[in-house]
Ligand binder design. Sequence first.
Ligand code: NAP
Length: 332
Amino acid sequence: MRVVIIGGSGHVGTYLVPRLVEAGYEVVNVTRGQSKPYLPNAAWNAVQSVTIDRVPAEQAGTFGAQIAALKPDIVIDMVCFTLASAQQIVGALEGQVQHFLHCGTIWVHGSPVQQPTTEDMPRKPFRKYQLGVNDVDAYLLDDYGGQKAAIEAYLLDRARRGMFPATVLHPGHIVGPGHLPVNPQGNGNPKVFQQLAAGDELLIPNIGMETVHHVHGDDVAQAFIRALQGWSASVGEAFHVVSPAALTLRGYAESVAGWFGKPANLRYLGWDAFCEQVPERDWAATWDHIAHSPNASIAKAQRLLGYQPRYSSLQAVYEAVQWMIENQVITG
Ligand SMILES: NC(=O)c1ccc[n+]([C@@H]2O[C@H](COP(=O)([O-])OP(=O)(O)OC[C@H]3O[C@@H](n4cnc5c(N)ncnc54)[C@H](OP(=O)(O)O)[C@@H]3O)[C@@H](O)[C@H]2O)c1
């Protein structure tokens, strides 16, 4: 079986591509050729690399045909962010593949009614906080959850009408060695871990009871493999792929400080006061995370796919913090 993975050298692909090779699949990795997997693995020697930049290829209307020309049995799409992008690739692959797996996000839920949130709850995505118009990343991603929800609805509709064999997997905050985890302040600033390690004061928004929900990259890879191998249970379905339990910001901060033998020195600030004291880039990311306050159920993936995450949220973050110390991003 020939698997084409689009975007296979990032957070998830670092683990997923070697797992696919080890499971006996022939693997083609389509990227721009800029990123390297975070961890070495001899399995990469068996992977065919194809260089395509999806953005200009889509603008030229050739991307879907270029993927179809690779003759995949299975396509794993890690980097699809708009409905138009999904429609182009589906148009080219209809009738051509046995299975199509799309990487979504738990942010499709927006503000859910109940937690843990299950896959069958109505989607209420909302736009990310938009930094100044010059910030291209934030501008591009502002309707991230909305576009991912639209892609999910489109793919599952096609699948359930028997037209296209799609599965959607929704990871939480992906974490692992090699990249910065969402921290206990709800943003990506590694300084927060340094403050906790040193026993310095850390500002926490509100009363620290809003949540983040991490998942280790290898557990996301596990879910993709299980969805592939459980075709009949996974086609036409969406699954959350997160750790067994979300973390409150307060509990997360106290746990991290404990790893360094320090009591957490936390100061709680109402939202407006928090924004006055924290740089905009950080509080904007915090807002995006705590406005979602994800807490997703994995019961469906456990039941239908046999998904069994190896890492709790704290175990996954622990690995990333060790990596940050080893690479002097922070001092232990
Ligand atoms: N990160 C998270 O915490 C998180 C949480 C929930 C969901 N997700 C979802 O996870 C998916 C991303 O997976 P990831 O985190 O494993 O990816 P990642 O670490 O961001 O890596 C992106 C991969 O895609 C390739 N790529 C990027 N732009 C490309 C382009 N224009 N054309 C072709 N290849 C391109 C990159 O290689 P090159 O640079 O060499 O092109 C790399 O292999 C997204 O669908 C996202 O919505 C992520």
